[in-house]
Write a new protein. Sequence first.
Length: 295
Amino acid sequence: MSLHFKPLSLDHKTEIEEILKQYPPDISELTFTNLYIWRYYYQFQIAVHQGFLTLLAHPAGTTPYFFPPLGKGDIQSWAYDCLAYFKNRGIVPHFSRLPESIIREFPHLPYLKTVLDRDNSDYVYRIDKLIRLSGNKYHTQKNHINRFNKKYTWEYLPLTPDLIEECLNLQEEWCHSKKCLESHSLLSENQAIVEAIKKMDLLSYKGGVIRVRNKVEAFTLGELLNPETMVIHIEKANAELPGLYPVLQQQFLEQEWANIPYVNREQDLGIEGLRKSKLSYHPEFMVDKYRVFLE
């Protein structure tokens, strides 16, 4: 049985969300919102095969690779068919972002190598701890928030359609300050963020903003990943206002997600500063992901 792919589109929203509701994921990539807003970067193609929704990614300058299958079925049969797909097209086999649950069932073949993809492993935290920030280990974050509170008058607001334009303006300012036009990755991120904001009425996420001096200076977007975990996809803030990022995170979790035990704050992509920041919040655990490829 061959794989018949179509480009990922809004038409797949109901199908993908129903499967993810039935078989809740642990890894941050697997929400429709995330897959959809990053579809241009990953060039996602989707097919139904072996009872799974199957995602093929092909970012510019890479060879194609399969994401974890969505649903439940025979992983070994699925993997062998994916390997046949690669072979028939002369493509070097490559699977990425595979969680441990998939790795345990994946066929162990002598020509395939499995490695931990630490740069893409997710950080998961207790939401109540990130709200309270109790104890000495959160001393730095509390200081940042306290200094911000003393210096600025601000308010938190849920993201609503009337705030979209201000969020887009902030993103444009942020992108200009970071010279996005000189970076393919930042341009791709900008495209994903703009798409997410503009299509908030079509996507299943919550958002929040921080207004300072009556201007939106920070926004964030997140959604439920599984019954015990929400995932934050996007956080953007005016870097000229020290302490704004920790205030944004704390407020979003307290105002929108206090009834959920855990937050997945995605990966660090191997960026040293981002890794240091995520570790400083003391994750409860990591959600490891793996790559499988031709050795």
